[in-house]
Design a protein around this ligand. Structure first.
Ligand code: PLP
Length: 385
């Protein structure tokens, strides 16, 4: 089979399963509104949970940073791309989250790939929640280590897998809040079983950071655990993009030697690091707290109203409120009907989620008003599925 034939067949298979992905051009896609095709929709699909992507102080910090440093960092952090703006941000993150060190990465995907690739050797075992993000599972399956997936949020299964004989070290991997289900991991229990077995715990809190915990410190603060490695990303509740790994001094030194995504990649623009500092200030302030409370009210309002719908919801207390509809075609149809009624939502289908669990991944944000949530509920009732 030629390259063309193979590629054409893969595309045909996707199309036949209503699983072909496509992008949609938008004029504006973060914040309360999404604009596309000259129309304005209520946006229930962005991960900008606190609305910080549109915050005037954060925008001003980015502009000021660009005026001072220019728009690019000019190189890898190992060459000339590690400015005082990067250093200040790392120190701010480490202090905020209670770690000795923070190392910046350009994305959460890169951070997860880098950390797992740098740590996992052929005698080791990675034990990951089966619903972990693609960036974690892919890194683990590409690594020379053994990969075992545990039943979602099941610490007893983690313990069973940890007990199997092994020459090397073990790394338990999970998320604070799951990206496609919105539920939380039992971090304290998983942490305990990991440490009882001498394993390390790595938590990716992409959807918890900024949005939950005291001063927005995230899922680990809520559950009072300190994993050995904490990954936070800045493209969701922080409203920008980028990521950081929080760890000990020694692990930081090690990653500076062996994390290839750091060494061989241009660091984030210094202006972005300035904007991130500004976003963290907002997140930790009373204003951030008010935004978190507003979001919680929206979540409660939505869940009360959605009870009456004939769809399956998940056990989510977070901004991610998926409606599990099962069938791919039905998910697409419902997303289309919502769009016609002015609400922008995305249908998420396998392989992003397990077969037969296609869903509408609704995200609520502090940028919405209570009326927006009520309107979403009305439209969901009206489309009558
Ligand atoms: C979004 C996400 C990532 C990827 O982060 P980016 O900064 O967008 O690359 C990693 N892990 C989880 C759990 C995520 O939801």
């Amino acid at each position: 089979m030629s390259w063309e034939q193979r590629i054409a067949r893969e595309l045909d298979d996707r199309r036949a399963a209503s699983a072909l992905r496509s992008r949609q051009v938008v004029g504006q896609g973060a914040g309360r509104w999404l604009s596309a095709d000259g129309k304005r929709y209520l946006n229930f699909s962005s991960n900008d949970y606190l609305g910080l992507s549109q915050h005037p102080a954060v925008i001003a910090a980015w502009q000021k940073g660009a005026a001072r440093f220019g728009v690019g960092s000019g190189g890898s952090g190992h060459v000339s791309g590690y400015t005082c703006a990067h250093q200040q941000l790392e120190e701010m993150l480490a202090g905020w989250l209670g770690y000795s060190r923070a190392l910046l990465f350009i994305s959460g995907f890169a951070a997860n790939q880098a950390v797992i690739a740098a740590l996992a050797g052929k005698d080791d075992r990675i034990i990951a929640d089966r619903l972990s993000h693609a960036s974690l599972l892919e890194a683990a399956s590409l690594s020379p280590a053994q990969l075992r997936r545990f039943h979602h949020n099941d610490p007893l299964h983690v313990r069973t897998l940890l007990a199997k004989p092994l020459r090397g070290q073990q790394l338990v991997v999970t998320e604070g809040i799951f990206s496609m289900d919105g539920d939380s991991a039992p971090l304290a229990d998983i942490h305990r079983v990991a440490h009882e077995a001498g394993a390390w715990l790595m938590v990716d809190d992409a959807h918890g950071i900024a949005v939950s915990g005291h001063e927005g410190r995230g899922s680990c603060d809520v559950q009072q655990v300190q994993p050995d490695l904490l990954i936070v990303t800045f493209g969701k509740g922080v409203g920008i993009s980028g990521a950081a790994v929080l760890c000990s001094d020694m692990v930081a030194e090690y990653l500076l030697q062996f994390a290839r995504h750091l060494i061989y990649s241009t660091s984030m623009p210094p202006a972005q690091a300035m904007a991130l500092q500004s976003a963290l200030e907002v997140i930790r302030s009373d204003e951030g707290q008010q935004q978190r409370e507003k979001l919680q009210q929206h979540i409660a309002l939505f869940r009360r109203g959605a009870d009456a719908l004939s769809v399956v919801m998940t056990d989510s207390a977070s901004a991610i409120q998926p409606l599990i509809v099962g069938d791919n075609a039905r998910a697409l149809r419902m997303a289309g009907a919502l769009r016609e009624q002015g609400c922008w939502v995305t249908a998420i289908r396998p392989p992003t989620v397990p077969e037969g669990t296609a869903r509408l991944r609704l995200t609520l944000t502090a940028a919405h008003s209570a009326e927006d949530i009520t309107q979403l509920l009305e439209v969901l009732h009206a489309i009558g599925e």
